[in-house]
Every structure is written in structure tokens, then in C-alpha cells.
Design a protein. Structure first.
Length: 572
């Protein structure tokens, strides 16, 4: 392919197959970029030239009668353009236009599609984007596949608004749009150019930035860079594939790269700066320092090789943890919603645990759950308390799980001793002091404790089995029937204490309103699916048969005793 400026029509005309190489990330354009694209087309004057940007290609040779061309930079734009042209041509065809030649130019020529996406998206792209298979039958397995389908649906909705004349203008505008192409013959040359370019429409992500930087540096310091480049490209291909599975769980790649840096790189902290908060800059700076002098080129190559290899392993481990490993202890950590401080250590521990069924990393997870619940939840320490110690544990951990577990136990004892734990549990303001999620979590664990006691045949309750959870006041905050002992002392000392609270659903809590105990027990508690509600009548005052202060004290002591035993860190 000749370098230089040409129109979109000239770019696509002929027997070319554009291919997205394996090391590229999958399709990532979303509503903002698609809106920019359609607005550019609408606002472009038909009498003036419009510039589509620079596209970087790598020629890969011939495949039969076709020239195969890798898209090194610009694949998001090319993919979006082809989706747009498919929808536009379909619309023109419905309005009676002959678009057969244009379909051969932009969509499919003599049985060969003009664009091949990444392997795991290509079948869907052909069947549901370039062809018109029934959308109800589509099996979407990646975020990029969903974005491809969304892009087609977006353009369908947009183009439905316009008349035939306007759609014809759109076609003319696209075909007259100019693009600057640069074609290279090898990975090394492509790397050199790509590092100085950027993809229009969506800024390069951290992964794309570090990938291009590593390839660029290898190109500069290696006498024969092609082998190294192929290794890095293959590794990032695997990273992107794993991230596709991770992304749907709402974890961003920059956080993952930060976790990796904390766990596997040397770093320091100071009053003004933590190197792990500038992980991308720090890695680049280290590589730059190693490649200033040619005497250190070997060290630079070794660092790049080690970093890219371990980064690939981190994304694989994270995918294993989040997507593939169905571990109840890990689920508990997710329910408590404080994972940022724990992920570097989790990644490192999971990677280095060679025990059967990951027995050792399960110990670590349980201790982290205790930290999350006892230290951050009940003791109400700030979520960053002990964070740097946890990060240092991740950085220095090399497989000694006994030492690691002892360090975690020390942290728990220091920031939430048994005495502090009990005081917080039995506080008269427990309901007001402890976040609702921790209250629900505590009572959920207590519920399952009751279900597993001797003689109980009830299966364990899943965390959201009955919908959104809530904390129910057994004696209401504003009771309909005020008894004589419900004075100011009761309100200050017992109303919001642990013993006067129980697990409920949000709907169930609302339905109980502010009725007294006898009414709620007869109508709700006795028949509730929650065992912790069924058992309340066991705490009635034996003399009066009422739920009173003694009932609250007794129940509070029992739940606190359960909690102290369940979240005891010493024997883990």
C-alpha cells in the first residue's frame, strides 16, 4: 500500500482485507465516541474536505488474490466506519438504491469480508454486524461484542431520522473524506511510529500506553527486536483477552496495573509521594534510566521482559480470582465492599499458593475478611488504616504463609482488640455507629450460625437470597404503644443496641411499621424465613412474658459472644 493522503473510497477500493492483529485491544468505542463520529459526518460541509486522521498499517503479504493489511493504529475508527457504512447501505437499499458495488467496497468482496476483528469477536462481527442474523439469537460473551452490537444499534437509530437525500449526502461525505496512511513492513518500524501517534476518538488507556512504550524501547535497544516484539505482543494479547472477562465486573485496568506494581515492583513512600500512585510514570522512568547508556541495554531488556511477563500473569491471576474461582470467603470480602487495600496481597498470595485447593490463600482471605469487618466495619477505623502495611506485606511476600498470617493477626490485634470489638458490639448506639452494610452482614452470619446449630435442617442463607437486606428494630423507634419502662434511659441505652435489632428485608421491615412486639411476633416473626426472627420469643422475660430490657441484654450478650468467636483471628 502506498503511503500518503487518499480518500476513504480509495482506501477501501480493491482487494484488501484489513485485519486487527492479536495484540490490539478489542473494540472499545462507546456512546461519546459514536456521537462524535455521527456529529462529524452531519456537520461536515459537502463542499469542503474532511480529514479522518492518520492510520498506521503493516503489510502482511497476500492471501490468495487478496492483500492482507494489519491495522496498527486506527482500528477503532476503521471498525466504526465499517459498521456505519453497513447500516447506511442497508438503509439506502431499503429506500430503493442500488448499493451492490458499495457493499463490495466496504463490506464483502467475492466472499471475503473487508475487516477481520479479533478472533473471539470475529464470528459475532460477521454474523450480526456485517450480516443480519436475528439479534435475539446472539450470544454476547465479551464487553467488546456488546459494544459492537451497541454501535450498530446506535447508527440504526440515528440514520432512521434522515431522508434519502441526506443519507446520500452522508455517503458522499464519507467517500470524499481524506485519510493519511502510513504503511510499514515490520513490527519494529510499526512500533517506532505507533509510540508517537494516538488514536483519535478515545485516548490511549494505561495498558495501551505501557504496551507501546515497552515495544518502542525494545525497538531502540535491541539489535534484533522482532523476536522481543512478538513476545510482548503475544503477552498483551493475553492481557486484553483476560481483561475482557474482568471488565464486566467493573474493575478498571489502571487499578489492576497499580495492584501489580504494589505487589511485584520495588517502591518507596514519602510524605509527599507514593510511587505506587504514579506507577505508570515510575515504570517508564526506570526503563528510561536503564536505556540511557548502551552498557545497560541488557538490563533494560531484562526488566521489560520481566515486567511484561509478570503483568500478563497478574491479569490472569486476577481473572482467576474474580471470574473463575468460586470461593465463599472471597464472596464475603466482596459483600463488605473494601477491596482496594487487599487486592495486591490477594493477587500475590493466590499466585504463590501451591497448596491443594488453595488452602493457604483461603487463610489469608479469612484474615482479610476479619480486618474488613472488625477493624473497618465495627471498630470504624478509616479504610486506609494499615493500608501501607498491607501493601508492604504484598511487596515482600515470597511464599511464607505462616509469617504472612502472623503479620495479619498482629494488624488485627493492634487496630481492633477483643476488648474494643466487644465494646463496639455492645454499644448503646450500635445502630447509629455501625454502617448498615456491616449490620446486615453481622446478622446474616448470625442467621447462618443459627441454621447450622445442632438440630437445625435449614440450608444456609445466601447473602441476597431474600432481596435487599435491612436492620429491623424489634421495639420500634417510635412505638405505637409506649410502656412505662420505655423512658429516656431505655431510648439512650437499649433502643439502638445490638439486642434490639434483627435481620429483615427492606420490604418486610416497612410492613412491620411501628407495631409492638406481640403483634409483630404473631404476624411476622414466628413465620419469618429468618431463623433469627423465629428465635426472638426464646428471649421473652420468663416472668412477664414480654420483650423487655432483660430480653435485649440477654440477646445482645449472645450475639456478641457469637461474633467474638466467629471473627476470632488467633486460630486461623
Amino acid at each position: 500500500m502506498e503511503n500518503g493522503q487518499k480518500t476513504i473510497l480509495e482506501l477501501f477500493d480493491g482487494r484488501k482485507i484489513f485485519n486487527i492483529p492479536k495484540y490490539q485491544r478489542a473494540y472499545s468505542w462507546e456512546s461519546r465516541q459514536l456521537n462524535d463520529f455521527i456529529n462529524d459526518v452531519k456537520n461536515q460541509s459537502i463542499d469542503k474536505e474532511y480529514f479522518f486522521g492518520t492510520i498506521l498499517f503493516q503489510e502482511k503479504g497476500r492471501e490468495g488474490n487478496f492483500e492482507v493489511i494489519d491495522i496498527v493504529d486506527g482500528q477503532q475508527r476503521i471498525t466504526t466506519l465499517i459498521i456505519f457504512m453497513k447500516v447506511l447501505l442497508d438503509k439506502l437499499k431499503k429506500l430503493g438504491e442500488d448499493v451492490a458495488i458499495l457493499e463490495e467496497t466496504y463490506i464483502q468482496y467475492r466472499g471475503e469480508y473487508k475487516l477481520r476483528t479479533l478472533l473471539h469477536d470475529n464470528d459475532l462481527f460477521k454474523a450480526h454486524i456485517l450480516e443480519d442474523s436475528c439479534s435475539e439469537s446472539v450470544n454476547v460473551s465479551t464487553s467488546s461484542q456488546k459494544r459492537l452490537l451497541n454501535a450498530k444499534d446506535f447508527f440504526k437509530i440515528q440514520l432512521e431520522k434522515y431522508s434519502l437525500d441526506v443519507l446520500e449526502e452522508f455517503k458522499i461525505k464519507i467517500e470524499k473524506t481524506r485519510v493519511l496512511t502510513y504503511s510499514v513492513n515490520n513490527d519494529a518500524e510499526a512500533t517506532l511510529i505507533f509510540e508517537t501517534t494516538n488514536d483519535r476518538g478515545k485516548p490511549l488507556t494505561s495498558l495501551e500506553k505501557i504496551k507501546s512504550f515497552l515495544m518502542y524501547k525494545i525497538y531502540l535497544i535491541s539489535d534484533s527486536p522482532d523476536t522481543y516484539l512478538d513476545v510482548i505482543q503475544t503477552r498483551f494479547s493475553e492481557i486484553y483477552r483476560d481483561y475482557e472477562a474482568i471488565e464486566k465486573y467493573k474493575y478498571d485496568e489502571d487499578s489492576l496495573m497499580r495492584y501489580h506494581f504494589i505487589a511485584f515492583e520495588e517502591w518507596t513512600t514519602s510524605k509527599d509521594r507514593n510511587e505506587y500512585d504514579r506507577h505508570l510514570w515510575t515504570v517508564k522512568n526506570r526503563i528510561n534510566n536503564l536505556t540511557v547508556n548502551h552498557k545497560n541495554y541488557t538490563l533494560g531488556s531484562e526488566y521489560i521482559d520481566k515486567y511484561s511477563k509478570e503483568l500478563k500473569e497478574t491479569f490472569f491471576v486476577f481473572k482467576s480470582l474474580i471470574v473463575d474461582w468460586h470461593e465463599p470467603y472471597l464472596d464475603d470480602l466482596f459483600y463488605l465492599e473494601r477491596l482496594a487495600s487487599f487486592f495486591p496481597l490477594l493477587i500475590k498470595a493466590y499466585k504463590l499458593d501451591a497448596s491443594e485447593n488453595k488452602k493457604q490463600v483461603r487463610r489469608v482471605i479469612k484474615l482479610l475478611e476479619i480486618i474488613s469487618f472488625r477493624v473497618y466495619g465495627i471498630r470504624r477505623r478509616r479504610n486506609t488504616t494499615g493500608q501501607e502495611r498491607l501493601y508492604k506485606m504484598a511487596q515482600t511476600f515470597s511464599g511464607d504463609f505462616e509469617k504472612l498470617c502472623n503479620e495479619l493477626k498482629d494488624l488485627i490485634g493492634e487496630y481492633c482488640s477483643d476488648r474494643e470489638f466487644i465494646i463496639k458490639l455492645q454499644s448503646s448506639s450500635f445502630y447509629e455507629d455501625v454502617p448498615s452494610n456491616e449490620q446486615n452482614y453481622l446478622f446474616w452470619k448470625y442467621e447462618n450460625y443459627i441454621r447450622t446449630r445442632e438440630g437445625s435442617l435449614a440450608p444456609k442463607m445466601r447473602y441476597r437470597q431474600y432481596g435487599r437486606l435491612s436492620t429491623e428494630h424489634i421495639i420500634p423507634q417510635n412505638p405505637r404503644n409506649m410502656l412505662t419502662w420505655m423512658d429516656n434511659n431505655f431510648r439512650e441505652q437499649y433502643l439502638h443496641s445490638l439486642g434490639n435489632l434483627t435481620l429483615d428485608t427492606q420490604i418486610g421491615n416497612a410492613s412491620k411499621s411501628n407495631h409492638d412486639f406481640a403483634y409483630k411476633n404473631a404476624r411476622y416473626y414466628k413465620t419469618s424465613p429468618f431463623k433469627c426472627q423465629n428465635e426472638l420469643e426464646n428471649f421473652l422475660n420468663p416472668n412477664s412474658g414480654e420483650w423487655d430490657i432483660n430480653s435485649i441484654k440477654e440477646r445482645s450478650n449472645m450475639i456478641a459472644k457469637f461474633a467474638l468467636k466467629y471473627w476470632d483471628f488467633r486460630y486461623i
